[in-house]
Design a protein around this ligand. Structure first.
Ligand SMILES: [Mn+2]
Length: 321
């Protein structure tokens, strides 16, 4: 994947089927639809994954993004939801306890439902999109900046590059991820879903999507002052149960989790359902997922050649119903 440092990049967060918001955002960024393809004379878009699932215009969103990528006007990396779609359709390896890499459980079916409906009458088109998903890189290292859907884990990314020469993997790697704890499983889990830690004492909590979880999403970047409690370590929209939130973390616990250092290149992620006014997390870290599909904002960062993020370069559209 060639990144041209002379060119400007507009990095765009999770779309989840919000095609109207995407078109408003692109228009606001100075892109024009020519010959059916959104484009800009001097800039390219980079999509952070999670184009599908949940929202109302999944097929339309995919068409916009894919035409831009194929026309040379955008790059797109894989989100956990594109991985879920691939894994749902991939048989588990022989001898596995599972039937599919992503089991067809009720919970998984619920997440998959909106995309399944969008393509119910377009099965061949859907097969074609699955092939396209399988070719999406898991990350892009543009040397002065990096993008990954959820977490830049240096060691795992070096392992992927050693094996595949870059961020693009193959179908065998997706199949291998059926095995818990395998390298492939670790790669998809960490890069596309971030650091998920078990709640202490086997407790569970309910997210805004109504699903019960026994895990929570944790910070993966270096802070000036390390988090001291579970609440300070968490990086998710849903508050923790009160009896856990104030508990002290074990000594040295957070330091083992740090994947992104203050001296590292700029990093852009999606994934985390943020809310409020879009802003940087650190001078070299931004999350661009502001819950567009939940009535939030679809957010872009207008990147030029700066080495520290600039507050005024976050651009967004509101997506209230
Ligand atoms: Mn995601």
């Amino acid at each position: 994947m060639q990144i041209d440092p002379q060119r400007g990049y507009d990095i765009i967060g999770d779309i989840h089927g919000c095609a109207d918001a995407l078109e408003r955002l692109l228009a606001g960024l100075g892109y024009r639809k020519l010959g059916g393809v959104w484009q800009h004379g001097r800039r390219m878009a980079i999509f952070l994954g999670d184009i599908i699932d949940r929202g109302p215009q999944i097929r339309e969103s995919l068409e916009i993004v894919r035409l831009m990528v194929e026309g040379g006007h955008a790059h797109c990396i894989m989100g956990n939801h594109e991985y879920y779609a691939l894994a749902w359709h991939t048989a588990a390896p022989a001898g596995s306890k599972q039937t599919f890499v992503r089991e067809h459980s009720r919970r998984h079916a619920g997440i998959w439902q909106a995309t399944a409906q969008a393509f119910a009458n377009h099965p061949y088109e859907w097969q074609d999109y699955l092939d396209w998903f399988a070719g999406l890189p898991l990350f892009i290292d543009g040397s002065s900046f990096r993008v990954v859907h959820a977490c830049w884990d240096k060691q795992l990314i070096e392992g992927v590059v050693a094996r595949f020469g870059g961020g693009q993997i193959d179908r065998a790697f997706i199949q291998a991820s059926a095995e818990q704890g395998s390298f492939a499983h670790q790669v998809f889990n960490r890069l596309l879903r971030g650091i998920n830690l078990p709640l202490p004492g086997g407790q569970k909590m309910f997210g805004q999507d109504g699903l019960a979880r026994r895990t929570y999403r944790a910070r993966f970047w270096q802070e000036d002052q390390a988090p001291r409690t579970y609440a300070e370590l968490a990086f998710q929209p849903d508050p923790m149960p009160d009896n856990i939130a104030g508990q002290r973390l074990p000594k040295g616990f957070y330091q083992q989790l740090v994947q992104h250092q203050v001296a590292d290149p700029l990093l852009f992620v999606g994934h985390y359902w943020r809310d409020g006014e879009p802003a940087m997390i650190r001078p070299n870290l931004a999350c661009l997922d502001y819950s567009a599909v939940n009535g939030g904002r679809l957010v872009a960062y207008r990147l030029d050649d700066e080495l520290s993020l600039q507050a005024e370069k976050f651009v967004w559209v509101e997506n209230r119903a």
